[in-house]
Design a protein around this ligand. Structure first.
Ligand SMILES: Cc1ncc(COP(=O)(O)O)c(C=O)c1O
Length: 501
């Protein structure tokens, strides 16, 4: 497909603006343009076709099943977009005075109350803008808590599972803690013997996803919590997988002291490319004084922002956080009402249905009932036919499905991590099962076709690392300074390749 600059023809316009009659802006001489910007020149039909063609190449949860494990791609109800676009929400300015923002403050306060209840904890801050930022905020709270107790120098270590999402160790390092890993036992739980040997007076806390990234609920969570609390340490719950347990079991009751909630996963948001999202944190009462400011509080019948929190870690995001995300999540939760557990029950049922119908054709490293997701392995196909998890993922695209997460968690070789969510119908799940089974059969009959897949997508197998690490998102005008190293490195070919990517 040609780039829009390549379609550009001098003098063509998609629309023309009336000439303005405002006085010229006072722009300092050295900041003024000396030449007109080089924008693509194109007619409106060609412009519309160009971007429609690009959109058609995309695959999203609105175009098909998207079972990306741990990334929870569920349907985003359109009514939530209507609600968030009501003028009272949409046009609200963050500097608007509190008296004129009572409705918005009330929604935030109500959402905080609901999240505290879902987590079984006492206080919530909505500020962090993603799960990963919630992680960092939670660990900063941990640090502030130990500093307040005069234990900052001793409590240096945070323990994570060997199945942890990559953001967990990264957040531990960013928050200034030392990282220690604990192993997984034969049933997919934390290895208690390994844990006991590692927890001591230097331990600040544990960071754990439960259910884990294997889609398994830790069978010893009460003992795990006891080990940490007996050692004076805290427990952090990575709530990325909260979709499995809402209204059924609560992190606070399991013993966790700090939780982040990926609003954009569990409570539905359009998301992609790491956002836009929301990563509120919920905490036990002992940690409430350290939460970010301002806190949204209720005073009788009114709501206000409380900045007077002397022990607070400060702000972690502009204003109060991503407000539109709060409105959508609040609407999603209220649509379920007191039956929120139905959401999690359906997510778990859908995952177990897929698991039951796929485990005879793919390896299953931990043969247990799963929660909202499960991890298969393509090791059997690799051993017998040379077909890897990557090959299965690429071939699934020809069947019209987005691939599941692959090669994660790291402890499962040839991992295929599948999360259907609660919003998919049985027919969709059945079609996915048929595709996965057809690929397993094809691995034996015609592995070459799988190896060269996808056959029906606009591009085939790309150098994904290069596309991510050396993304060229500007048009390659010959003299473009940003593109010079790329060109030099690949003898000029890189730009063509990057365009395709
Ligand atoms: C288990 C787990 N933890 C943390 C995160 C980070 O969340 P976010 O993408 O909102 O930063 C993810 C994201 O996929 C995850 O799957």
């Amino acid at each position: 497909m040609k780039l829009i600059y390549e379609k550009s023809k001098s003098g063509r316009r998609a629309s023309s603006l009336p000439r303005y009659d405002l006085p010229k802006a006072e722009v300092p001489e050295d900041l003024r343009r000396t030449a007109a910007p080089r924008l693509p020149e194109i007619s409106e039909p060609d412009l519309v076709r160009h971007f429609t063609a690009l959109a058609d190449r995309n695959f999203g949860v609105d175009t098909g099943f998207y079972p990306l494990g741990s990334c929870t791609m569920k349907h985003n109800p359109r009514v939530n977009e209507r609600v968030v676009n009501l003028p009272g929400f949409r046009d609200l300015h963050p500097y608007q005075e509190e008296e004129a923002s009572q409705g918005a403050l009330e929604i935030m306060w109500r959402l905080q109350e609901i999240l505290a209840e879902v987590c079984g904890l006492h206080a919530v801050s909505l500020q962090p803008a993603a799960g990963s930022q919630g992680e960092l905020t939670g660990l900063m709270l941990m640090r502030a808590y130990f500093a307040d107790r005069g234990e900052a120098d001793e409590r240096r270590v945070v323990i994570t599972a060997d199945t942890a999402h990559g953001t967990n160790p990264a957040s531990v390092a960013m928050a200034g803690f030392e990282l220690q890993k604990v192993e997984t036992d034969d049933r997919g739980n934390l290895d208690l013997d390994d844990l006991r040997a590692k927890v001591d007076g230097r331990t600040a806390g544990l960071m754990l996803t439960n259910p884990s990234t294997l889609g398994l609920f830790d069978e010893h969570i009460a003992e795990v919590s006891e080990i940490f609390h007996d050692a004076g340490a805290l427990l952090y719950y990575d709530g990325a997988n909260l979709n499995a347990v809402c209204g059924i079991s609560r992190p606070g009751d399991m013993g966790f002291d700090i939780v982040h909630i990926n609003l954009h996963k569990t409570f539905s948001q359009p998301h992609g490319g790491g956002g836009p999202g929301g990563g509120p944190i919920a905490v036990r009462d002992i940690l409430e004084p350290f939460l970010p400011v301002p806190a949204v509080v209720r005073d009788g019948d009114a709501f206000r922002l409380d900045h007077d929190r002397p022990k607070s870690i400060g702000k972690v995001r502009g204003f109060c956080g991503p407000f539109g995300v709060f409105v959508r999540s609040y609407a999603y939760i209220r649509a379920y009402g007191p039956g929120l557990r139905e959401m999690s029950e359906a997510a778990v049922l859908n995952a177990n249905y897929l698991l039951a119908r796929l485990k005879d054709v793919y390896d299953l490293p931990f043969d247990r009932l799963c929660m909202h997701e499960f991890v298969l392995s393509a090791s059997n196909l690799k051993r017998e036919h040379g077909i890897t998890a990557l090959d299965v993922a690429k071939r699934l695209m020809d069947h019209g499905f987005h691939p599941p997460t692959i090669y994660f968690p790291l402890i499962v070789p040839e991992a295929l991590m599948i999360e259907p969510t609660e919003t998919e119908a049985k027919e969709t799940l059945d079609a996915f099962i048929e595709a996965m089974r057809a690929i397993a059969a094809e691995a034996a009959a015609d592995p070459a076709t799988i190896k060269s897949a996808p056959h029906k997508r606009p591009v085939r197998r790309l150098d994904e690392v290069k596309a991510a690490k050396r993304a060229v998102v500007k048009f390659g005008f010959d003299e473009h300074p940003d593109l010079a190293p790329v060109k030099a490195e690949a003898g000029g070919e890189a730009i063509e390749a990057a365009k395709g990517a």
